[in-house]
Design a protein around this ligand. Structure first.
Ligand code: PLP
Length: 361
């Protein structure tokens, strides 16, 4: 990847091309890609200083994928394999980002896409994506867990291909983010932080870090640190939640599909899982935008809120190298952004003096 030079003709062609030997694909697999992956790993010293940390923090900015979340990594795999099998219809339940990715990749694969969303509980940008990509968009009068139950039942009919992360190839695609982090850092981090909803991503990252270590592409594996929202923290609380609630709609999940695998990742990596309140999430969400110019969605900020609490609890040794996944782009959820910013535009007369007054000149 270091050989990508201007005009070298060596362009990035997506995660399947880049990491084929680690993925369940063959020459017969039609690769449906939007050139996802290769997202920036950004060091954020201003944020670290602001929270009183003494470590390196690198953010894997997954909001810069083609549909603006990490879900594209798993979806290029899921839709390619569905196409290989000759499936005509892909279906998913979603808190918004899976549906955006499924809809985009399905349209590129010339397949029909059906998405089931919890009515009124998905961020505006994500709804706009499902509609624009042309998915059959169904709002369930219930939550994500209920939508996923219906999708599982429909999958059993054999008439549709389920592209939720209960489809194991989604996890395979998503693990490439751990490979990229090791390639970009030149080593594995000491800690990896990420938000946890359905727990597919923590499962995928742990698998990726383990495989890269086994392939001698990295020198160690990190400790996995996951964070749930306090109103939907079944793994932390140790029991499913019937009515999960949080401002971070992407992790508003009461009964995670990959619960067991997440517990394995936590145990094997000597990891840690905790919950953070909505107030803590929104504070971290605003802080990272103000200190380092990085705009993420509220769910992504859950792991930054978790990091702030870890600093307070002195859980992070001085000099550690930490990576954190910024799972989705801030523009996905303009309503929460405008509410959280804390001010509105200054409306003034079209005169220089009026503008100077606002600036304080
Ligand atoms: C899907 C998603 C998550 C949660 O990932 P899981 O694999 O469900 O744990 C977190 N943040 C964003 C933005 C997401 O889209």
């Amino acid at each position: 990847m270091n050989s990508i030079l201007p005009n070298s003709g060596n362009r990035w062609r997506g995660v399947i091309h880049a990491y084929k030997e680690y993925l369940p694909v063959t020459d017969a697999t039609p690769i449906i890609s939007l050139n996802e992956g290769n997202t920036p790993l950004i060091r954020v010293d201003n944020f670290v200083n602001a929270i009183g940390g003494e470590f390196e923090l690198w953010l894997k900015y997954e909001g810069l994928n083609p549909t603006c979340s990490f879900k594209d990594r798993g979806m290029t795999m899921a839709v390619s394999k569905a196409k290989e099998r000759g499936a005509q219809i892909v279906i998913c339940a979603s808190t918004g980002n899976t549906s955006a990715a499924a809809a985009a990749y399905a349209s590129r694969a010339k397949m029909k896409c059906v998405v089931l969303l919890p009515n009124g509980k998905i961020a505006l940008g994500k709804l706009a994506q499902a509609l624009m990509y042309g998915a059959t968009t169904i709002a369930i009068e219930g939550n994500f867990d209920e939508a996923l139950r219906i999708v599982r039942e429909l999958g059993e009919t054999g008439k549709v291909e389920v592209v939720n992360s209960i489809n194991p190839v989604r996890i395979e695609g998503q693990k490439t983010a751990a490979f990229e982090i090791c390639d970009q850092l030149g080593k594995a981090p000491d800690f990896h932080f990420l938000p946890v909803g359905n727990a597919g991503n923590i499962t995928a990252y742990w698998k990726g870090y383990k495989e890269y270590f086994a392939a001698k592409k990295s020198d160690k594996v990190p400790r996995m640190f996951g964070f749930q929202a306090a109103g939907s923290a079944p793994i932390v609380d140790g029991a499913p939640i019937a009515n999960p609630n949080t401002v971070a709609t992407a992790i508003r999940i009461g009964n995670p599909a990959s619960w067991e695998q997440a517990n394995c990742a936590l145990k094997e990596s000597n990891g840690f899982i905790d919950k953070v309140t909505d107030d803590e999430i929104l504070a971290a969400y605003k802080l990272i935008a103000r200190t380092d110019g990085i705009f993420v969605e509220p769910a992504s900020a859950a792991c930054l809120a978790g990091l702030i609490n870890c600093v307070k609890a002195k859980r992070i040794p001085v000099g550690s190298v930490i990576t954190a996944t910024m799972t989705g782009h801030g523009l996905k959820d303009p309503d929460n952004a405008i509410k959280t910013a804390g001010f509105e535009p200054f409306v003034v007369e079209p005169k220089k003096e009026a503008v100077m007054k606002v600036i304080g000149l």
